[in-house]
Design a protein around this ligand. Structure first.
Ligand SMILES: [Fe+2]
Length: 604
């Protein structure tokens, strides 16, 4: 039985195909259309899912949408009526899309795909909860979801047991931890629904000076972790902005304009809101524990991409184990909706709880065979060499150890926002210059954030203070004390100078508070990548490499050999590996640089 889940029309559209309860394929629409966070109907992602299964749209038994549009419409309508006539402009801007598409999902589905069967709907947070629990390795677990907003819910909790999920309580719009964080994302000059992770990365540079102010003026935080926002400071109800003038006054001036200098104020604001967020999340987690008495916790929703907060839940308890859906944002709603139909609606048992998770490393997207890669390279006349299984990992590891930057496209594409070694750019974490080279010559950004490390799962605890796997790069852990260097004072240094201080023997992946957003790599899910890092360790004694997503700033992560080659040639990447083919930059025919390709990308 095939069930297709769809999420779209807000941000990060996606599709997911489930066959007899197993996740067969899942992908975000942005990877195909090359438009980051593409919210449009996921036509391409659906086509890919069907192709992966070798079926047509009429072979689906169920198609399910991850959200109940009429409830969301009701929220928009009531919100508008509350603030009217203020908010008329944003209301008028939203209406055409609602009246044209969002309220008529069956019509859109039929027009776009030809599907004629019935369409089911889950609630937004039900989809998040299902995406958190069903693929998890737990037979029983508490569930906590937190995001900006679904229909009305902005957070929910409950528990899962076997095939059943019971949601106990919801927090409702406009009281939302996700919207609160996004308001600060906007205020500090980053892009809402996209720059939140930058705000998190900025936090270690600041002092949480405004924390008390936030908790006294903006947020009323209750013991159970629920919050009430003081709406007189926010503008997201009626306006087109997140915060208003009162908010600005509270923080000593207007929001930072995007792309302008980041000052100590923004760093302190980042530290403050991060600290508030962690406090809210910890209170929620403790309350959910108290109410459910479960030892395991499953998480999903955009807020749970905050891996610093996740790291705290793991370290400080009260839960023994946590599992976070790697596609924690709305893309993962497609997966949750499909699994929800299989287990909740149809009543099928889960196949393998209490074993490994069933997310398969989140390598759920398209792969391109050696034959396809070669056919592409040959049709274009691009120069390449063949790697065989005896020398493959060795050659790649040697290049990395010589300081080369390697584009790595192998196996099925990742589902979710993180690159996990299937569509990644790799480098040597020990070198002083890796961070600068990767930022300036590859990603075209001057970032204040270090890169993420990929470490052999069996060696993770030798490098980081962590006692369990972190395969999805959703946990932050500190670099081990013995790997750290004694620190001179950072006083008087600029932000980028502070970033460049060598803080450990793996400086390219160590943040200034010694934290790292690590991915542990295991043989089962990603044998090719595991082999490369193992060879790198044999050569250098270091079981860690730098892993950043295979794209430039503003571009979605690459999907196809064509995307990979284009990114390779546009940047100063030295080497490109696609399946068993290796390409050296100096052997490639000259690449005509398109004058304005970077200005076509919307900066995130
Ligand atoms: Fe959501």
């Amino acid at each position: 039985m095939y069930i297709l889940g769809i999420s779209c029309f807000y941000h990060d559209s996606a599709a997911c195909l489930v066959k007899d309860g197993s996740i067969l394929a899942a992908a975000q629409e942005e990877r195909f259309t090359r438009k980051k966070h593409d919210p449009r109907f996921p036509k391409n992602a659906i086509a890919y899912c069907l192709k992966e299964a070798g079926i047509s749209i009429q072979d689906l038994q169920y198609l399910v949408f991850y959200d109940k549009p009429f409830l969301t419409f009701e929220r928009l309508l009531l919100t508008y009526l509350t603030v009217a006539p203020r908010g008329l402009r944003s209301w008028l801007e939203a209406m055409p899309l609602w009246l044209g598409q969002k309220l008529y999902i069956p019509k859109v589905v039929k027009a776009e795909t030809g599907y004629e069967g019935d369409i089911l709907y889950t609630e937004h947070h039900e989809a998040h909860a299902a995406s958190a629990f069903y693929p998890s390795p737990f037979e029983e677990a508490a569930i906590l979801t937190m995001d900006g907003v679904g229909e009305w819910a902005t957070a929910s909790y409950g528990f899962g047991k076997g095939k059943d999920i019971t949601l106990l309580k919801e927090l409702h719009f406009p009281d939302s931890l996700g919207l609160l964080y996004s308001a600060f994302t906007y205020f500090t000059g980053f892009r809402v629904n996209s720059g939140e992770y930058k705000l998190m990365g900025l936090a270690p540079y600041g002092e949480p000076k405004y924390k008390k102010l936030i908790l006294s003026e903006l947020v009323d935080l209750k013991e159970d972790g629920s919050i009430r926002l003081n709406l007189s400071y926010f503008d997201f109800l009626g306006g087109l902005k997140m915060t208003n003038n009162r908010f600005a006054k509270l923080f000593g001036g207007p929001p930072r304009k995007p792309e302008t200098q980041i000052t100590q104020r923004e760093m302190d604001i980042a530290a403050s809101i991060q600290s508030v967020t962690e406090e809210v999340v910890m209170k929620m987690a403790r309350y959910v524990y108290k109410e459910t008495k479960q030892k395991n916790l499953c998480l999903a929703g955009g807020v749970t991409l905050n891996c610093v907060a996740n790291g705290r839940i793991l370290r400080e308890g009260p839960f023994e184990n946590i599992w976070i859906q790697p596609a924690a944002g709305d893309a993962g709603g497609a997966l949750g909706a499909a699994l929800s139909v299989w287990h909740r609606y149809l009543g099928n048992e889960r196949a393998n709880p209490n074993g490994e998770d069933s997310q398969m490393g989140s390598y759920l997207g398209p792969a391109f065979s050696n034959e396809k890669v070669k056919a592409f390279l040959e049709s274009k006349g691009y120069s390449y060499h063949h790697l065989n299984s005896n020398n493959r990992s060795r050659i790649i590891a040697e290049q990395l150890s010589e300081g080369k930057i390697v584009g790595y496209m192998v196996g099925r594409m990742e589902f979710g926002p993180r690159a996990l070694g299937a569509r990644s750019i790799l480098g040597d974490p020990r070198r002083e210059d890796t961070q600068t080279v990767m930022n300036l010559k590859i990603k075209y950004r001057e970032s204040f954030r270090p890169f993420a490390p990929s470490v052999l799962e069996e060696k993770a605890s030798e490098y980081f203070n962590i006692d369990r796997p972190s395969p999805y790069m959703l946990l932050v852990a500190d670099v081990k004390e013995e790997k750290r260097f004694p620190q001179p004072s950072d006083d008087g240094l600029s932000m980028l100078e502070r970033l460049k201080v060598q803080r450990s023997d793996i400086p390219a992946v160590t943040h200034l508070d010694y934290s790292a957003r690590l991915q542990s790599v295991n043989k089962r899910d990603k044998p090719d990548y595991h082999a490369v890092i193992s060879e790198f360790e044999k050569l250098t004694g270091c079981a860690v490499i730098v892993n950043t997503s295979f794209n430039v700033r503003g571009e979605p992560i690459i999907c196809t050999p064509e995307d990979a080659y284009r990114c390779f040639m546009r940047t100063e990447m030295d080497i490109l590996v696609m399946e068993d083919c290796i390409l050296f930059k100096e052997e490639q025919p000259s690449w005509e640089v398109e004058e304005d390709w970077r200005s076509e990308l919307e900066l995130d």
